[in-house]
Design a protein around this ligand. Structure first.
Ligand code: SF4
Length: 61
């Protein structure tokens, strides 16, 4: 949580790759267009999968 808004840590966000088909925070937020992809952190599906594995299965690598 940031000072006045929640902030997404790009090092921990996989855009829900590995968990869901679409970014869940965007899907469940009741206000449209409040959670936007950060153009400074564009990642491929493969990069997001690699991050998912590192975050959740690093002990098995
Ligand atoms: S819900 Fe999914 S897309 Fe949203 S911050 Fe978490 S990992 Fe990222």
């Amino acid at each position: 949580m940031g000072d006045s808004i929640y902030q997404i840590d790009p090092d921990r966000c996989t855009e829900c790759v590995g968990h869901y088909d679409v970014p869940t925070c965007m899907k469940v937020c009741p206000i449209d267009n409040t959670i936007l992809k950060d153009p400074a952190h564009v990642e491929s599906n493969e990069q997001l999968w690699d991050k998912f594995v590192l975050l959740h299965h690093a002990d098995k690598i």
